[in-house]
Design a protein around this ligand. Structure first.
Ligand SMILES: NC(=O)c1ccc[n+]([C@@H]2O[C@H](COP(=O)([O-])OP(=O)(O)OC[C@H]3O[C@@H](n4cnc5c(N)ncnc54)[C@H](OP(=O)(O)O)[C@@H]3O)[C@@H](O)[C@H]2O)c1
Length: 443
């Protein structure tokens, strides 16, 4: 009987995710081996600091502080890049791909910045780049877009892609507590990083939106070209105002494509969603993504978007695909096309100008509490063609100030941006207005 093929796996980065992969792969290795008909060997891992205490135990010879040595080791077939960031991680990924290896990555920041280069390097050297864990953690969303929904084009994808922000928003609403207090709590519980900015300012969600837009539309959008707004200016009062209007507030990524004009818009912003909407009900650290396909209709995905176990689950799913790629030439040919290509390669795809991105808006501003203020504001808005749909007014500290909350009828991003700059110049507007978008999604 011939010996089964031995597939050697190297893990660069043995932190939260790396240790999860090592732990779960060790646990289910025998089962996977019999299913795949190969031997799997956890060959080597790299860390920055060897002295750190880790929950997984490795033979000393398997641990190195040189991730490039793992990436280029001729005995290693699959390299998991679980370091994070865009510097060492990029070097490691490019080096492994240049050796023709399969690289499995959870690194959305790296993909959104250097995706085109990574895929091109994989293509040129016959390697493969797999990245299920980079978006929505344990939810197999990338597989759904690429495989399950391959017959579809995607006019609209939107959802909650950052568990930290969803946790903060949920707690602010439930506890009627301000953002800084809940952020502090989230840090203590390990739900927010020491430097929270990437999450709360919307950039982590933007990186994931870039990956999804590439998969769905074959275009790399730069986060700097997108509307990216975070949750740091939202107050408990905004939740009360939203509830009075029948809405909840969620940080959403929205990827919308008009197939007639070819225009694509990719954006991230806090959004008012009708309270009855299923995504509005997804609370805590969970992610939720709605995918509208032109053939399948709307499908919805809810689950843990991060954390050691959920992310390890996605990495191991890619490892199994990587084994299939290495094991079977015929399947390798089919999957290779899938792994290095978007779900829907679209040549004619350009970014929608702000005037073409339409929607309704929520504006909250602190104004001086005196006669004629509403008329001045209404005139400033009308000057840009933005009309008011509803008004909520309440007295506010300091004395002499009032909180004014307006919703608008349909307008567009160009008109609302011009309105905001007009409002900022009015003496009666005491601080920068807060703008939230209203999500008119049917499902
Ligand atoms: N954590 C999650 O829930 C989650 C979810 C989805 C995706 N991801 C992504 O998964 C990746 C890993 O995240 P993580 O949370 O596991 O990170 P982490 O806990 O900080 O682990 C990073 C690992 O990389 C090593 N490392 C860091 N900088 C290095 C350098 N300059 N040279 C060599 N090794 C270095 C660290 O070594 P030491 O251990 O010695 O410090 C550590 O083992 C990131 O791309 C992240 O965005 C994470």
């Amino acid at each position: 009987m011939s010996q089964p093929l031995v597939i050697r796996i190297g893990i660069c980065g043995l932190g939260t995710v790396g240790q999860g992969v090592w732990k779960h792969l060790s646990r289910i290795r025998t089962e996977l081996e019999s299913r795949l008909g190969v031997k799997l060997e956890l060959a080597r891992a790299s860390v920055r600091d060897r002295r750190k205490v880790r929950t997984v135990k490795l033979a000393p010879g398997k641990l190195t502080t040189d991730p490039l040595a793992v990436a280029t080791d001729p005995n290693i077939d699959i390299v998991c890049e679980l370091i994070g960031g865009t510097t060492v991680a990029r070097d490691v990924t490019l080096a492994a791909l240049a050796c023709g290896k399969v690289v499995v990555s959870a690194n959305k920041a790296l993909i959104s910045k250097h995706g085109a280069e990574l895929f091109e390097t994989a293509r040129r050297h016959g390697g493969h780049f797999l990245f299920e864990a980079s978006v929505a953690g344990g939810i197999p969303l990338i597989k759904a877009l690429r495989e399950g929904l391959v017959a579809n084009r995607f006019p609209l994808i939107y959802g909650i892609l950052n568990g930290t922000c969803n946790y903060i928003l949920t707690q602010m609403e439930e506890q009627d507590a301000p953002y800084p207090a809940i952020l502090g709590e989230a840090k203590k519980l390990g739900y927010a990083e020491a430097d929270e900015s990437l999450d709360v300012l919307g950039w982590d969600t933007a990186h994931k939106a870039v990956v999804l837009a590439f998969l769905a539309h074959g275009t790399w959008v730069k986060p700097e070209q997108m509307i990216v707004e975070g949750i740091d200016r939202i107050t408990p009062g905004d939740f009360k105002n939203a509830a009075a209007l029948g809405y909840g507030i969620k940080l959403l990524a929205v990827i919308a494509r008009d197939f007639k004009s070819g225009e694509l818009s990719v954006r991230v912003h806090p959004t008012l969603l009708p309270e009855s909407h299923v995504v509005a009900k997804v609370s805590g650290v969970f992610n939720a993504v709605s995918v509208q396909g032109d053939v399948a209709g709307t499908t919805l995905y809810i689950g843990r978007g991060a954390g050691q176990d959920a992310t390890a689950s996605a990495v191991i799913s890619d490892l199994v695909d990587a084994v299939s790629l290495l094991k079977n030439d015929r399947r390798a040919f089919i999957t290779a096309r899938k792994s290095n290509a978007p779900a829907r390669p679209e040549k004619v795809c350009r970014l929608a100008p702000p005037a073409h991105i339409r929607g309704r808006y929520y504006l909250r501003m602190t104004v001086s509490d005196e006669p004629g203020v509403l008329a001045q504001i209404a005139a400033a808005m009308a000057g840009q063609g933005v009309s008011i749909a509803s008004v909520i007014q309440s007295a506010q500290e300091p004395a002499g100030a009032a909180s004014l909350v307006l919703t608008t009828h349909q307008s567009d991003e160009r008109a609302i941006a011009a309105t905001l700059s007009r409002l900022a110049r009015l003496k009666c507007v005491l601080e920068k207005p807060l703008l939230l978008r209203i999500g008119d999604f049917s499902e």
